[in-house]
Design a binder for this molecule. Structure first.
Ligand SMILES: *Cc1c(COP(=O)(O)O)cnc(C)c1O
Length: 434
């Protein structure tokens, strides 16, 4: 598969180059030259395949020419070595739990897949790659964990000071020697902007081999399709009609991967991009004007994003035709009060504990089903509730048992370098340390 730069269609690269570079010239995102179609037979008998087999089948065309089949098989097996159970919440709504990986959020799959690709691409080289990544909460931990101890890779994580939860902060500031956390006195959008500036900076690019591990990187973005397939194989055991799928959305990488899976042949009735009050896309789909407002902090902090970087990819899938896009995708904004009320309500009535991101997806889906009463759907539950103790334990007074796998974190010590949201400070740090 070749990938072209959305800002310059003539710039065409392999999967390997797209992974190593992260972004194309002019900060353009890479996009596959064609969207593969799965055979009707494969889709008809998909329930007979393991998640590993499905993963290889889905990813094979995307990595062709860059990863040999046996390497892809190893990477897929290693990446998804934990379960993705589909749980029933009530008559019409199921939850696909994506938080059973090492850092308790769905970003583990993309981070693990990408880190193993980089290790393979760097196998014969001594030059170090510097992975530069901005996080609104969960990416940092997933990337720190996925890349820990990977040879010839340094990781620098930028996160907004005071705007991530305690568990999230521990996960991204307690990594190994090849991981550094820059604590930025600003917002996630500041962090994302600083990373984009670093990629465009000549001095840095001369000195370092930089790549990103945000969902703008194809190796992080594309494997997220696997959630939708594993969710579907469980869904068809219990339902006859395809699901409406509601995805808590921030940078829109996850939902964009879902739409890609659907174009490849996965039956989905409709997609809902569930947003918190950072509602640039819900407003855009309603009135056609793209008018980002500064990001505000919410209880679903991983989605506090004003300018979702993957939305351009969704536009590309639909050739910028907004009316065909709207047939497949709706977007709904949910406020914090409703989110908290719903966590409490569903916990006591249905005995299911949503995290704030899953709760936003739940509310958006429930609202959609009010006007589509024949349909049923599933939400992607993108994080474990233990990551959000301020809301769930302190405010809602719901006790969350700490999973055994998380206990070791609380014994570790935070290490971060505090900086202002000023590109020169980032640049100085990278020139001196990376
Ligand atoms: C990152 C994240 C999201 C948003 O995913 P995008 O792909 O950026 O839209 C949603 N929920 C959680 C818990 C996250 O960590």
């Amino acid at each position: 598969m070749q990938y072209y730069n959305l800002k310059n269609q003539a710039e065409v690269v392999s999967f390997e180059e797209a992974t190593l570079k992260g972004l194309g010239s002019g900060k353009g995102l890479y996009f596959p030259q064609e969207i593969p179609r799965l055979s009707t037979d494969f889709m008809k008998y998909i329930g007979r395949h393991s998640k590993e087999e499905i993963g290889v089948e889905v990813m094979k065309p995307y990595v062709a020419g860059s990863l040999p089949d046996n390497v892809l098989e190893d990477i897929v097996r290693d990446t998804i070595n934990f379960p993705f159970p589909l749980m029933k919440i009530n008559e019409n709504i199921y939850s696909l739990e994506l938080f059973h990986g090492p850092t308790f959020a769905f970003k583990d799959v993309g981070a693990r897949f990408m880190s193993r690709c980089l290790a393979y691409f760097n196998r014969n080289s001594d030059t170090k790659t510097t992975v530069l990544v901005a996080t609104s909460g969960d990416t940092g931990g997933a990337v720190a964990n996925g890349f820990e101890g990977i040879d010839n890779v340094n990781v620098v994580i930028l996160y907004p000071s005071g705007k991530v939860s305690h568990v999230q902060e521990l996960q991204l500031t307690t990594g190994g020697n090849n991981i550094t956390a820059l604590e930025v006195k600003g917002t996630f959008d500041d962090c994302q902007d600083l990373v984009k500036k670093a990629f465009a900076d000549d001095d840095l690019n001369k000195k370092l081999k930089l790549t990103s591990a945000n969902s703008i990187n194809v190796a992080r973005w594309l494997p997220q399709q696997l959630y939708y397939f594993t969710g579907y194989t469980q869904w068809i055991n219990q339902n006859t009609e395809p699901p409406v799928i509601s995805v808590p959305s921030g940078n829109f990488g996850n939902i964009c991967a879902g739409i890609l899976a659907h174009i490849s042949g996965l039956p989905v009735k409709h997609f809902i991009a569930a947003c918190n009050v950072n509602d640039t896309i819900p407003r855009f789909l309603q009135n056609g004007s793209y008018d980002p407002k500064p990001a505000v902090a919410t209880v679903s902090n991983a989605m506090d994003i004003a300018e979702p970087s993957n939305f351009v990819r969704i536009l590309e899938i639909f050739n910028e035709n907004i009316s065909s896009l709207k047939e497949v995708l709706s977007s709904i904004s949910v406020d914090d009060e409703t989110t908290k009320d719903t966590i409490r309500d569903i916990y006591y009535r249905e005995h299911y504990l949503l995290d704030p991101h899953g709760a936003v997806a739940f509310i958006a889906l429930r609202k959609y089903l009010e006007t589509h009463p024949q349909d049923q759907g599933l939400i992607l539950e993108t994080a474990h509730p233990v990551k959000f103790p301020d809301v769930i334990q302190h405010e809602l007074k719901i006790g969350v048992p700490v999973p055994h796998r998380a206990e070791h974190l609380f014994k570790k010590e935070k290490h971060s370098v505090v900086i202002n949201p000023d590109f020169n400070e980032v640049k100085d740090f990278l020139m001196a340390h990376a």
